[in-house]
Design a binder for this molecule. Structure first.
Ligand code: FE2
Length: 457
């Protein structure tokens, strides 16, 4: 078996070269060099996830969404920083690495276990997430426990984007299934980690549903026309295609409800990977902020590609009249939106995004939105630099919204190196309060989490 560490020619694929190229060594770097001062309140770990393929039989046919998972952690404590990276040992990755698989030695419930998109920490467990897959539990030392199926109760796919309710302690999620109806299921995990509710939801077709939203009372599903096409399996790297004739709808359902309670509202065909957040307004509407593309997967490609960059929009969904009004909040291309997650499902004033092109070329700017005043602030990470997902960490559990720091891993093409920048969210345009200089580049990835108090051990 030839791994990407040994393969000489990954050049045909843009997602295998530059800072998309995988790294191969698993490192532990202590006492990282810091410019500025890490706030002492930052006590815990940033863990980021992204694709890092071990084996690529045909580089031209590799899609960025399909790589093996690598976790990169930066522990911050007492003003000091440590780094560690590890592959997630899914059964496939363990076999490719020539190791026994931790946990179940084969994929569980017939689902191919992948883990390269995101993470969630709930009920004492840290889960590495993909979609159309079970989660993979990992420890905070980044070692792999194995596939997590909630004591056998979850037999169908889990999303990359569950939502944690900051008041009830529940984890609310969905899973989509491309191989047959029901194409969508909705689930609730209680505060102690038990899967307590599963509901099948009717969708007319198998669509790519990357994310969803919750309010304090409702779940919001996006049935958008990027369709799975079995005929494309083995023909192109990613078997999804833009099919606007399928129409586009958002569905609003009480969190305690089921299929019969979903109110579907037609919208213009479009695509959304990520909402920023949603909440109930006083008129019974759902306010949903999203990064919206006019299309996606229109042509065969090896990564996300739309005709124009995604812009930030506010959708006000009126379930009584089944109408959705759209307001453009910011035309600039931006993605991977994050809020202060203590506001999940509640009114959020602030949002943080990273600048991005139609084909996800990552820019050097982070954006902070004040959705009350309409003000947009920009943090410029500097020339030759690309700033990844802007993750907000509150200064303390009872700090106000926006009182804290925005963490972003920045790649500098001029030096082929990566830094973790820590920006004071309330002084967003200023230089970072601290820049942690990592001793190796971190390939572009997707999503991260902050785990308060956690340690690499
Ligand atoms: Fe995502």
């Amino acid at each position: 078996m030839t791994t990407t560490a040994e393969s000489p020619d990954l050049a045909p694929n843009p997602y295998l070269v530059g800072n998309y190229a995988p790294v191969h060594d698993e490192r532990d770097d202590a006492d990282l060099e810091v410019t500025g001062a890490i706030p002492p309140e930052l006590d815990g770990m940033l863990i980021r996830n992204g694709p890092n393929p071990i084996v690529v039989p045909d580089p031209a046919a590799y899609h960025w969404f399909l790589g093996d998972a690598m976790l990169h952690a930066v522990e911050l404590r007492d003003g000091r920083a440590r780094y560690r990276n590890r592959f997630v040992r899914t059964p496939t990755a363990a076999a490719e690495l020539g190791e026994p698989a931790p946990g179940a030695s084969a994929d569980v419930n017939g689902l191919v276990t992948k883990a390269s998109t995101a993470l969630v920490h709930h009920a004492g467990k840290t889960l590495a997430l993909y979609e159309v897959s079970l989660p993979t539990e990992v420890r905070t030392d980044l070692s792999t426990v194995g596939a997590h199926d909630f004591d056998g109760r979850l037999t169908t796919p889990f999303t990359a984007h569950p939502k944690l309710d900051p008041i009830t302690g529940e984890m609310v999620f969905f899973g989509y299934d491309v191989f047959g109806p029901p194409f969508l299921r909705y689930h609730v995990v209680g505060p102690s980690g038990e899967l307590v509710k599963t509901e099948a939801i009717t969708l007319p077709a198998a669509v790519m549903m990357h994310d969803f939203a919750i309010t304090s009372t409702r779940a919001v599903f996006m049935d958008l026309p990027v369709l799975f096409d079995l005929a494309l399996v083995g023909v192109q790297p990613f078997a999804f295609a833009w099919r606007p004739e399928n129409g586009a709808r958002v569905g609003v359902m009480p969190r305690s409800g089921g299929d019969a309670d979903v109110v579907w509202c037609e919208i213009e065909p479009c695509f959304v990977y990520h909402p920023l957040n949603a909440y109930d307004d006083a008129d019974g509407n759902v306010v949903l902020d999203v990064c919206r593309y006019p299309d996606m997967c229109k042509v065969e490609d090896v990564g996300p590609a739309a005709s124009v960059p995604p812009r930030l929009e506010r959708w006000v969904i009126d379930p009584k009249r089944t109408r959705v009004s759209v307001e453009v909040l910011d035309e600039t291309g931006q993605e991977l939106p994050r809020i202060d997650e203590r506001q999940t499902g509640r009114v959020h004033r602030y949002g943080y995004t990273m600048e991005i092109s139609a084909t996800w070329a990552i820019g050097n700017g982070l954006r902070k939105h004040d959705l009350v005043s309409g003000q947009v602030e920009r943090h410029d990470a500097g020339p030759s630099r690309a700033a990844g997902e802007a993750l907000f960490v509150p200064a303390s559990p009872d700090a106000g919204e926006d009182e804290g720091w925005v963490l972003s891993v920045v790649y500098d093409a001029a030096t082929d190196s990566s830094d973790l920048i820590i920006v004071d969210a309330t002084d967003f345009t200023a230089d970072p309060v601290a820049t942690v200089h990592l001793r190796r580049r971190v390939p572009f990835g997707f999503h991260g989490i902050w785990v308060p108090g956690a340690s690499l051990g």
